[in-house]
Structure formats: C-alpha cells, structure tokens
Design a protein around this ligand. Sequence first.
Ligand code: ACO
Length: 325
Amino acid sequence: KRRAGITAVGHYLPEHRLTNSDLEEMVETNDEWIRTRTGIRERRILKDEDKATAYMGAEAAKEALEERGIGAEEIDIIILATVTPDYLFPATACLVQDYIGADNAYGFDLSAACSGFLYALSNGANYIESGRAEKVLVIGSDKMSSIVDYSDRSTCILFGDGAGAVLLEASDDETGVIDYIHHTEGDTNGALCQPAGGSRKPASEHTVADRLHYIKQDGRAVFKKATVGMSDVVTEIMEANSLTADDVAWLVPHQANLRIIDATANRMGLDSDKVMVNIDRYGNTTAATIPLCLYDWKDKLNHGDNLILAAFGGGYTWGSIYLKW
Ligand code: ACO
C-alpha cells in the first residue's frame, strides 16, 4: 500500500515572550494559578502588525522545504489549518503559496480549531495514498493573539502564536500515516467560539462594543469534554490497530492543558517520558501545537517509531492519527 510519510518538518515562533508575570500586570491572576491549572509558563506573541498567520505558516513551510532540499515549485497542494486566517477570504493557503513561490500548487484552508492540523494531515495523506499528489504541505498556523481578549483572565492566559509545517510524500517502506479516526459534535451550546465576524453576526459597532470578536469559552465544560474525547479517541485508535502502550513510542497531544494531556496518557497507560509536552513554553497555539511538538522532538525520533497524535478543540472536533515515523 502507498502510504504518506512526513519527510520534513519546519516551524516558526515569534521572538516576543509573554510570561505569566507579564500577565499578572494585565489581569488578576498569578503564576502559580496558571502553572498548576494549565502547565503554561510563557507563550510567544507576534508583535509585528504587518505579519499574521500566513507569514508564520510560510516561514514554517520554507524551513521544511529547506530541510528536504527541494524548491517550492515542486509542491502540489498546500493545506493550511487555522482559526485565525489573515482574511475570511482569500484563503490563507493562497497567501502562503505566494509567499513561498509554490507556483504549481493549489491550496485551501481547513477550519477545525485545535483539531485542524490532524484533519489536515489525514486529508493530505489521502491525496498521497490515492496517487493524486506527490508532495503536500500541511501547515498549522495561528495568531491567537489576534482574537484573545487580554482583559479576560480565563482565556488570555491560555493562548500563544506560532506555526508548524510538514511535508508529506509517498513512503516506500510502509511508514507514514497508518490510520486516523476523527469526530465532530456540533451541539456545543456556544461553549467555545468567536461569536462575531462571520455571516451570522457580521462586524458592526455593536459587535465591537460587546467584545464579540474575541474567543469565548466555558472552560469547565470544554475541559470535561476534551478530557473524555481525547482519552476515548486514543483508546479507539489503539484498539483498532491492536496497539498496546508498549508499542507506542510517543504520544503527541494537542497542547491545551497539561491536565488534559496527563489524563490522556494515563488512560493509555503511557509513562510521562513518552509524552511530548511543550505547553510550558508556547501555550496553546491551536492548529500549530502538534507540528511544533514534532519539530521539537524530531531529532529524538527513530525511523519506524509508533506515534499517536491526538487533539480536541472547538466545534467540537477531535481525533487521533496513528503515524509510523
Ligand atoms: N487566574 C486566577 N483565577 C482564575 C483565572 C486566572 N487566570 N481564570 C479563572 N480563574 C478563577 C475563576 O474565576 C474561578 O473562580 P470562582 O471559583 O471564584 O468562580 C476559578 O478560578 C476556577 O475557574 P475554572 O474555570 O473552573 O478553572 P479550571 O480549573 O476549569 O481551569 C481552564 C480553567 C484552565 C480554562 C480549564 O478549564 C481548561 O483548560 N479548559 C479547557 C481548555 C481547552 O482545552 N480548550 C480547547 C482547545 S481551545 C480551541 O479549540 C481554540
């Protein structure tokens, strides 16, 4: 069977660090609360107002292409997962295509919040497996600071900016994306959304005055759903592929909250030294968390390692991918 393997990984993180002590100056919170409730110490923020999601995604993509030693004109498809597109349209993938000069590629955005990268990766893998594409760039990029309300202490502590990109190509040895399971549950009672700016509530002076262009989250409700969803879906994919904890080299979880990650690893019976965690340094970068983990750990991964990727996010959307590295 033709499988889709990851042949390069790139990333982009803005320079500016927003620490917990910086947040103490902005809202009523403290470092201890943030660390014990979320695991986060600092996040990166893209300060340059001329730059946004497409810029970060393009920088991550360029790094991946450089690692692989190929030119952007070889890319067939660009799939970009984000909830913070530069514009509602054109798609951010089109801007990335232009930034990197991928003249022979077509591209589109994929909206699945924190599960965006996983949905995009499985999508990209389908193009490779079917033989419809040879080289697909899958990018997760989010400028969360553009939709975070820095007067809301329950959300502003969570999010950061960043991007990650992977190159997918046909593998010749049965490594790559082996299986995926995705879920959606649209009945969320508004527990996690950006209420205005779309066609339901277009931007107006009222939506601005009511602060409806910012993320709204019922943290407690999302926390419960995420813990159950992530734990269930990793169990589902391990059972479907007859994997035990001993077979798994790494859990690559979406970085929303260290307690959700720990609960997922516990359910799998996995020791913490087999779990990728960088939430302390970057916070929740939404579509970028999983490729940023892959980037940070790529030198520790061995060919053939079994990775379980898992995410949960707004929608609700959640899923898991079994990837043989
Ligand atoms: N500093 C200090 N106190 C705070 C802060 C803060 N930054 N934020 C909230 N509190 C207070 C609350 O007001 C509350 O006080 P009260 O008991 O007097 O009302 C108390 O702390 C507890 O609040 P909870 O919301 O119950 O705190 P919880 O332990 O649930 O932690 C958190 C909140 C971290 C947001 C958690 O619920 C969480 O991580 N939720 C899931 C986030 C997630 O996974 N999102 C999905 C991905 S995001 C995406 O898809 C875009």
